[in-house]
Design a protein around this ligand. Structure first.
Ligand code: ATP
Ligand code: MG
Length: 256
């Protein structure tokens, strides 16, 4: 197995009296796809927000390449090579596809104009198109406004953007939601490509056949705790469902 690139150790997070994460740990290796599953409210999106720098955990540690890190904003995690596609995807509907791909990373023209911060729209359009194509996402003209795209096309742009920019880790929170069978298949293909490139991928989904198809390892969360962390080959559809719902007994990872 390759080296561990990203890791959380015993992270906890409360929202008022709700314990969303209770000492959860997760390791991600280079070139590995980890499935993160659990029922509604299990804490998956909360863990995503901790990993992406959107939320500070109340306790526990985060390590990138074996060094402890503490994100005070999503920008810091982005700059460290960690891309996240949130469950409630963050595209700006009034902007074009290319502006969305470059949101926060706009290409400015060099020289005086650049200093004044003018955007090079043409360069962004071309680059956005080629970046999305490179990661295997076919999107109509990148100068179209995102509000004119179908839900599935928007999702494709959001995924393409994340994969195009990711240098180390990509976190996808329910990326195949609202997608048709063919588009979902394309997303799974993009995940496989990201893995080939040596990125670590965290894939969250309630569609368990997708999880079983594309992941190397599955981490099951229940009520904010990791109740199982095992190679995908050790699960069947039935045992995965049982582990998620709790009908199959697991050895809880109590604070050792
Ligand atoms: N901003 C918030 N304020 C208060 N409680 C929250 C907040 N976000 C999440 N929670 C609570 O934390 C718990 C974990 O929520 P989380 O969104 O992480 O679950 P999830 O596993 O992603 O669920 P789903 O499968 O429905 O997306 C839930 O009990 C939820 O109600
Ligand atoms: Mg969620």
């Amino acid at each position: 197995m390759k080296e561990v690139i990203y890791e959380v150790k015993g992270v906890s997070k409360r929202y008022g009296s709700v314990v969303a994460l209770d000492g959860a740990s997760l390791k991600l290796h280079a070139g590995e796809v980890v499935g993160l599953v659990g029922d509604n409210g299990a804490g998956k999106s909360t863990l995503v927000k901790v990993l992406s720098g959107a939320h500070m955990p109340d306790g526990g540690q985060i390590e990138l390449d074996g060094k402890q890190v503490s994100w005070s904003s999503p920008r810091e995690a982005l700059d460290a090579g960690i891309e996240t596609l949130y469950q409630d995807s963050g595209l700006a509907p009034h902007l074009t596809v290319s502006k969305n791909v470059f949101l926060g990373r706009e290409i400015t023209k060099r020289g005086l104009l650049g200093k004044l911060g003018f955007l090079d729209s043409k360069a962004m359009e071309e680059k956005a198109h080629s970046e999305l194509e490179r990661v295997g996402i076919a999107v109509p003209a990148s100068n179209r406004s995102v509000s004119q795209l179908s839900g599935g096309q928007r999702q494709a742009v959001a995924i393409g953007r994340a994969v195009a920019w990711a240098r180390k880790v990509i976190i996808l929170d329910e990326p195949t939601n609202h997608l048709g069978a063919r588009q979902a298949g394309e997303v799974l293909q993009v995940i496989k490509e990201a893995k080939k490139k040596g990125l670590g991928v965290i894939f969250i989904s309630h569609t368990l056949p997708h999880v079983l198809e594309v992941t190397d390892r599955i981490v099951v969360l229940r009520l904010g705790k990791v109740v199982r962390d095992a190679p995908t080959s050790e699960f069947t559809g039935d045992t995965l469902v049982g582990t998620i719902t709790g009908t199959i007994q697991t050895i809880p990872e109590e604070d050792a």
